[in-house]
Design a protein around this ligand. Structure first.
Ligand SMILES: Nc1ncnc2c1ncn2[C@@H]1O[C@H](COP(=O)(O)OP(=O)(O)OP(=O)(O)O)[C@@H](O)[C@H]1O
Ligand SMILES: [Mg+2]
Length: 139
């Protein structure tokens, strides 16, 4: 955690849903007995959002995801290992919902993964203190 409190603007229920999904995935696809960590960082200038931002990372120590799957991971119903995923339950909608909500908050979702090491899902949201307005999700 940074020294100063982290503040984001947005729909509280939807943001809870984002981190519910990411932490659930971390527990489901992480290593048995491994750790799932949640960390926060303030970014002075986020190049894609073109301004200050807050980054929240959910990281696990699971077997990771091969790079060819990463671009499709947030598609509805997309699952890497259909057999295993079916056994573990779920519908393949979690990350599609995460992506949708993050976009509505004018943020971005960054996915990094290394086979055998683990996966990191980072939600980057505009820092409301920068503009005094925040994300103003529509709809
Ligand atoms: N932390 C992770 N480590 C490894 N693979 C992951 C991780 N998170 C997601 N995946 C892969 O991405 C797929 C899509 O994830 P998503 O959360 O959208 O669906 P799900 O977890 O299968 O089902 P649901 O979230 O709807 O219960 C998963 O089936 C899994 O193959
Ligand atoms: Mg899921």
């Amino acid at each position: 955690m940074p020294d100063t409190p982290v503040t984001v603007m947005g729909d509280p229920d939807q943001l809870v849903q984002v981190f519910d999904n990411l932490v659930e995935n971390g527990l489901k696809y992480g290593r048995a007995g491994g750790k799932v960590s949640v960390s926060f960082a303030a970014i002075a200038h986020e190049p894609v959002l073109r301004g200050p931002a807050v980054a929240i990372t959910v990281a696990d120590q699971g077997e990771g995801i091969s790079s060819e799957h990463l671009p499709r991971l947030t598609e509805r119903f997309y699952r890497v290992d259909t057999h295993r995923s079916r056994e573990q339950g779920g519908t393949g909608l979690g990350l599609a919902i995460v992506k949708h909500i993050v976009n509505r908050h004018r943020g971005r979702l960054k996915i990094e993964s290394e086979k055998g090491v683990g996966s990191r899902f980072t939600v980057i949201l505009p820092d409301p203190r920068a503009t005094g307005r925040g994300a103003e999700p529509k709809g």
